[in-house]
Design a binder for this molecule. Sequence first.
Ligand code: SF4
Length: 335
Amino acid sequence: MTLLKVEHLSKHYEGRRGMIERLTGTAHTVVRAVNDVSLTVDRGEILGLIGESGCGKSTLGRAILRLHEPTSGRVSFDGTDVTALAPAALKAMRRRMQIIFQDPYASLNPRRTVAQIVGLPLELHGLAEGEEARAIVARIIERVGLKANQLDRYPHQFSGGQRQRIGIARALVSNPEFVVCDEPVSALDVSIQAQIIALLQELKQEFGLTYLFISHDISVIGYLSDRVAVMYLGEIVEMGPVNAVLSQPRHPYTQSLMSAVPELDREGPRRRVRLTGDLPSPLNPPAGCKFHTRCPLAAETCRRLAPVTEQVGPGHSAACHRLDERLNLLAEAGA
Ligand code: SF4
């Protein structure tokens, strides 16, 4: 059953006018961080969202929660149009939709104790106060692997992994149904990453959670997710069941991501598909297919026309002009 439905969601920012714009009197530039994204997440599902740094993944997660106000489009959660909610109703909805931030160092107020940090959502949503709130905080703190006698300590007294456990406790203390996990392990040591991933899996089962799991690490996404959405320069270029997308990636960008992960290759070694150039600026995205400036398969049509999203298998879609040719960068690169 669909819990979250995102329809044509965009988030554009007005850029600052540079000297040329000021001298010529031209309009403000626009940063198209997220552009016309549609997706669904079923209740109990983990949708992995993968893409390079700067592709708009985190902005999409925040726009879904209206932490960043969407420019256009619609987000429905359990049948309610989140994008149309007035402030009081949005605040109530936030109890059900939470976020775990990437940086456990920056996301915790250094002047507040663990009890205050984790207890804040209980206070904000009027769920509990005083000793009752402290007891609830103690329970969730112990559940995420810390000790109840650490409630009066401050964030700087914990390691990075422990701080992320505090962030997870803060997200879950109000008993949400949906959590945006925004690169929750990428700031942690590799040895700690596995512990936090295992904890998130356990908590998902225990609390019946649904995750949008954002990561630039396709190994993490492949391990955790039921389905995966691949994002490039603010747009979803491929989406589908994780096994289909990772074993038979159809978009050249997904193929390039896969080529960097030999351990996910079940058919023998692949040579690395190296993309040329950097991710273009969302201030000035390329015309046509936004990937054409880096795509080894780009043709003339790609430079002029944006591809439409097509079904390429059960629940599996991709946006590329050359899907019918079934080109595979991985096979070509390994040949
Ligand atoms: Fe590459 Fe063209 Fe497909 Fe874009 S549409 S991914 S440039 S082949």
